[in-house]
Design a protein around this ligand. Structure first.
Ligand code: SF4
Length: 210
């Protein structure tokens, strides 16, 4: 059960360390865990304020030696690519100081191009040491995406597909995911992922963790 304790930037599940760097997101998915919970396990992920990059690094360093982490993942109660510069700086720091230790992943809604116009987002992520992207598509077509994810950006669905395609071109390890909700044709989402050359994974709807 999540408790009302101090909000966490760094939190973990088994051997995976997660970084909750923002609570901002340009989507309003009806199935978003934030609508139902304050956090994951015993960690409170509802931030009182967005942590500065230095605060992310401080919290990260406090827990880095707790375990032999298999992976560090940017994933919390918000979209990590709302803070591209934070992701880049923290990734750079990890690779510089603990490069051999662990893989780096971002769990994203795939709207990185819309959120960071004019930036070479995929290339910047790759250069900073990001190995993997897990992209939540959650719909088999634009109409369904608009209904279930309720994005602020009208062209979100198209932009996510482009994001996955570019990430594959840059040889990143990419998976596409979808939550198992009745509106979504999972078979069709799997076919889209296959066409884009990405792996496909389904994620259980609440109360599961993705
Ligand atoms: S994209 Fe993720 S963080 Fe944003 S509203 Fe949807 S489920 Fe929540």
């Amino acid at each position: 059960m999540a408790t009302k304790k101090k909000p966490s930037v760094a939190y973990w599940l088994e051997n995976t360390l997660y970084l909750n760097i923002t609570n901002r997101c340009h989507n309003n998915c009806y199935f978003c865990l934030r609508n139902f919970r304050d956090g994951i396990g015993s960690f409170n992920l509802k931030l009182n304020k967005e942590p500065a990059i230095s605060e992310v690094l401080t919290e990260l360093q406090e827990v880095l030696n707790l375990k032999n982490w298999r992976e560090i993942v940017f994933c919390g109660f918000g979209e990590p690519l709302e803070r591209l510069d934070c992701v880049l700086e923290v990734s750079n720091w990890i690779k510089r100081n603990h490069g051999k230790m662990t893989a780096l992943r971002i769990d994203t809604n795939g709207q990185g191009f819309l959120l960071n116009r004019g930036r070479n987002v995929i290339n910047e992520l790759k250069t900073a040491g990001i190995d993997k992207l897990s992209v939540s598509l959650n719909a088999h077509d634009k109409k369904t995406y608009m209904e279930v994810c309720r994005p602020s950006f009208e062209n979100a669905f198209e932009s996510i597909l482009e994001f996955v395609e570019k990430a594959k071109e840059e040889a990143l390890d990419v998976e596409v995911t979808a939550v198992t909700i009745p509106e979504v044709d999972l078979k069709k989402v799997g076919e889209i992922a296959e066409k884009l050359g990405a792996r496909f994974r389904t994620r259980a709807y609440i109360p599961g963790f993705w």
